[in-house]
Structure formats: structure tokens, C-alpha cells
Design a protein around this ligand. Structure first.
Ligand code: ADP
Ligand code: 5GP
Length: 228
């Protein structure tokens, strides 16, 4: 979990790290590993009307809600985005996001293409999006079948839906093939590290002003670039 906060020398807003894939391609596995192994990253826990799978816990994997509770959350405008996926509702609670970004914590979102599109529209400057591809449909099927609580009907419906996700891969900033898990994880981590130092995220205006002053250019910077 996060222990490393950004330093005063390089304050920055957290990254909204949005991850999508067809169901079973491995995004939950990769996201969980990211929050375990990379300091300063936390997961946005979505609310859902889907029943919990064996081993899933309320408040850890999802906020499991009834249809009525989910509707109440919509009515109270508690979601940043929500969507219907595979006959169930999923939503990103606002409470999972803003305070963390302000304190420089990166937030990982495991959402479908609708969620990724919505988050990018709402917060274009904050979002970095990654699409995870399976190495083959045969592998995808095998992974869906191997998941705890899997049944043939669910596997088939998720395979049938895979194309709808894969069709949208071109809307993402990055794409990773999750064949070897370690390689895919290294790539995902590298993308996040790069996003952290994107110039537009850094609040370095004051520091850059000082550098310019020290070389005799008493000018103000705007969005990190010197205005002459
Ligand atoms: P998603 O969140 O995309 O639906 P999961 O992370 O639940 O997918 O992964 C589906 C299954 O595939 C899990 O049992 C997981 O352990 C397995 N898995 C994930 N990545 C790999 C990989 N690179 N190689 C083999 N199995 C994997
Ligand atoms: P699963 O039921 O396998 O956990 O998730 C099914 C799909 O719902 C996945 O594609 C997952 O990324 C997506 N999903 C999970 N939470 C959210 C959310 O808050 N919003 C949206 N739009 N999709 C979500």
C-alpha cells in the first residue's frame, strides 16, 4: 500500500490510471499487483450489483450493493461514472477519487470501455488509459474457466462480450499483451512511472520561476513553460 508520498520539491496531482480489458485477460491480477508492489498507488473500489464470487470480500474487491442501493447512489449523484456490464451495474464512487488525487496518490480504475471513455471525458488531464489484451482467445477461455466460481454459462457470456471490449482498444493511450504476467506487469509499471513525470502533472512553476530568476530572467512561467 502507499507509503511514499510526493516530496515538497516535486508536488504533483495523482494519476487516474484507467485499465480495461476483456473479462479474464488479467486486469484484476495486474491492478492488485500494482497496488501491492508500487508505493503511492491505491485502487478505486467500484460499487456493483453483481453477486460476490468465492473469495471476494465487500469493500475489498467491490462495494457489493442491491439494485435499490445502487439506484439510490445514482439518485444522490454519488458516481463519477456508472455503466451496465453483463446485465449488472458497476459504478465508480466519487468518494474513491478526488481527495487521493489532490494528495498526490495515484488511483487505479478497473473499468470497462464505457467507464474508461467517461472518465477520460470528465477528467482528460488526469487520465492515462491502458488496454490489456489476451495473447489469444483460447488463452482467454482457459483463464475464464480457471477463475474461482466460474461456470460454463458465465464463461460463454464473457467470451461473447470480449469482442465489444477489444473493438475499443484504439481509444486507449497504451496497449499491453498479458502473455507472460511478469512482462505485462513490468510494462504496466513502466507506463505509470512515465505518467508520474509528465510535465503537465507537475506543480513546478514556483521552482522553475526561481531557476529563471537565478539566471537573470525574472519571468513568470505558465503551465511549466516560460512566457517571455
Ligand atoms: P480480469 O480482471 O481481466 O477479468 P483476472 O485478473 O481475474 O481477469 O484473471 C483471470 C484469470 O487469469 C485469473 O485466474 C488469473 O490468475 C489468470 N491470469 C492472469 N494473468 C495471467 C497470465 N499472464 N498468465 C496466466 N494466467 C493469468
Ligand atoms: P467483473 O464482474 O469481472 O469483476 O467485471 C466486469 C466488468 O465490469 C469488467 O470489464 C470491469 O472492468 C468492469 N467494471 C468494474 N467496475 C466498474 C466501474 O466502476 N465502472 C465501469 N464502467 N465498469 C466497471
Amino acid at each position: 500500500m502507499s507509503s511514499e508520498r510526493p516530496t515538497a520539491e516535486r508536488p504533483r496531482r495523482g494519476v487516474m490510471f484507467v485499465i480495461s480489458s476483456p473479462s479474464g485477460a488479467g486486469k484484476t491480477t495486474l491492478c492488485r499487483r500494482l497496488i501491492t508492489e508500487v508505493p503511492g498507488v491505491e485502487l478505486s473500489i467500484s460499487a456493483t450489483t453483481r453477486p460476490a464470487r468465492p473469495g471476494e470480500a465487500n469493500g475489498v474487491d467491490y462495494q457489493f450493493r442491491s439494485q435499490e442501493q445502487f439506484q439510490d447512489m445514482i439518485d444522490r449523484d454519488e458516481f463519477l461514472e456508472w455503466a451496465k456490464v453483463f446485465k449488472n451495474f458497476y459504478g465508480t464512487p466519487r468518494s474513491e477519487v478526488e481527495a487521493r488525487l489532490v494528495s498526490g496518490v495515484d488511483v487505479v480504475f478497473d473499468v470497462d470501455w464505457q467507464g474508461a471513455r467517461a472518465l477520460k471525458t470528465i477528467r482528460p488531464g488526469d487520465v492515462c488509459s491502458v488496454f490489456i489484451l489476451p495473447p489469444s482467445i483460447a488463452q482467454l477461455k482457459q483463464r475464464l474457466e480457471g477463475r474461482p466460481g466460474s461456470d460454463p454459462k458465465t464463461v460463454q457470456s464473457r467470451l461473447d462480450g470480449a469482442g465489444q471490449d477489444i473493438l475499443r482498444w484504439g481509444e486507449y493511450d497504451f496497449a499491453i499483451i498479458n502473455d507472460n504476467l511478469d512482462t505485462a506487469f513490468a510494462e504496466l509499471r513502466a507506463i505509470l512511472m512515465m505518467e508520474r513525470i509528465r510535465r503537465t502533472r507537475a506543480s513546478m512553476g514556483i521552482m522553475v520561476d526561481q531557476l529563471l530568476k537565478d539566471v537573470g530572467l525574472a519571468t513568470k512561467t505558465q503551465s511549466g513553460s516560460a512566457s517571455s
